[in-house]
Design a protein around this ligand. Structure first.
Ligand SMILES: C[S@@+](CC[C@H](N)C(=O)[O-])C[C@H]1O[C@@H](n2cnc3c(N)ncnc32)[C@H](O)[C@@H]1O
Length: 352
């Protein structure tokens, strides 16, 4: 296959991996791009994208598909030769050795990899809760009411358990310091209102394609999209999966607009919070408009005894890399930017 946009896309993704803290994947992708440019078709794994340009390759997250597929071979124990070259805590990374092993693993597991790559990559980033928690605290503090929490596009639903995690928020802390999932961030700015009384009286979540944590293959798929040299992220998601399984976390299969209209109307005696992270960009403009209208219509029903909040961690309009935490609380309905945050939650600049 001779698609010059493919190695170009791999190199661009390598830059993204480097910037977001995965030099291992950056190295692997650059070596993969070199191989393609030298005429290796990598077992035809990229055949479905033979005509795709860089934009289409990014929309399909094609580079993340092959990285996920290779990591899955390691996590499943299917290829010990490849596993031996993958990052280990405390040892230097060796992308060149990993690429040599990966290239022969591609021949050994070609069909398994091709099947893995038919799936759209799907992640669930637990550390985004450290970005959102200040929003929940703000709603609890300002309304003085218990919370009903509705997560749109929750993936595996790991962040529906945000109130069961422990947090360090700069100088402040919130939640159980002995929690199995403990989150912190490089925090700047004041602390959110950690003295708020937080009680979650109802929680629910939807996704158009939820990850079923009861299925070991789906759990492994979720882990496989975490970059293998990011040990803390891997530990965090494993702990959050265990917690979600232990408390019986459920995510309903539903489209964001229908589900929100059907489930999240405000009710007296609690503050209803509809929230989401890193999902807005996956909806076409007409669905974005429909969801906004649905949420605003629910907001218009809010009263002081039945307040309604829209909390999100999403990029500002027209951007994809920088993220903001925004809160709109009804009655009133004034949007506030609470924080600027790193896409994986590594940094939080809290404005309050
Ligand atoms: C990048 S993931 C983010 C998952 C999670 N919110 C997080 O921050 O870890 C985007 C999620 O949006 C879901 N999604 C995209 N469009 C959707 C829609 N119209 N309705 C429901 N879920 C949707 C996808 O299935 C995927 O799980």
């Amino acid at each position: 296959m001779d698609n010059p946009d493919l190695p170009r896309a791999l190199r661009l993704q390598a830059g993204g991996c480097q910037a977001l803290g995965s030099p291992f994947h950056a190295g692997l992708l650059n070596l993969m791009a070199d191989a393609l440019e030298a005429g290796d078709d990598l077992g035809g794994l990229f055949e479905p994208w033979a005509q795709a340009d860089v934009k289409a390759l990014f929309e399909d997250a094609t580079p993340l598909r092959i990285l996920g597929g290779l990591h899955e071979l390691v996590l499943s124990g299917a290829d010990s030769e490849l596993a031996a070259t993958y990052p280990k805590p405390g040892a230097p990374i060796d992308p060149a050795a990993a690429w040599t092993a990966a290239r022969s693993a591609i021949d050994r597991h070609r069909d398994r990899l091709a099947a893995f790559m038919t799936h759209e990559p799907q992640t669930n980033e637990v550390r985004r809760s450290v970005c959102l928690v200040g929003g929940f605290l703000t709603v609890a503090k300002e309304t003085g009411l218990p919370l009903r929490c509705f997560e749109i596009a929750a993936s595996a639903g790991l962040n529906t358990n945000w109130d069961r995690f422990g947090y360090r928020l700069g100088e402040a802390s919130f939640g159980d310091p002995a929690a199995t999932v403990f989150l912190d961030a490089d925090w700047t700015g004041p602390a959110p209102p950690v003295d708020a009384k937080v009680e979650v009286v109802e929680r629910a979540a939807c996704d158009r394609r939820p990850v079923d944590l009861a299925d070991p293959a789906e759990r492994r798929r979720l882990l496989s999209y975490i970059w293998p040299d990011q040990f803390e992220r891997l530990d965090r998601i494993r702990a959050a999966i265990d917690l979600a399984v232990a408390v019986g976390t459920r995510v309903e299969t539903a489209d964001a607009v229908d589900w929100t209209a059907r489930t999240a109307a405000p009710r007296p005696g609690a503050a209803t919070v509809v929230y989401h992270s890193v999902f807005w960009q996956y909806m076409p403009p007409e669905s974005q408009a429909a969801l906004r209208a649905t949420i605003e219509a629910l907001g218009a029903q809010a009263t002081t005894q039945a307040p309604f909040a829209w909390l999100c961690m999403e990029p500002p309009p027209g951007e994809t890399a920088n993220m903001e935490v925004r809160l709109t609380l009804w009655p009133g309905g004034q949007e506030r930017i609470l924080a600027n945050v790193h896409p994986h939650g590594a940094r939080v600049a809290w404005r309050g």
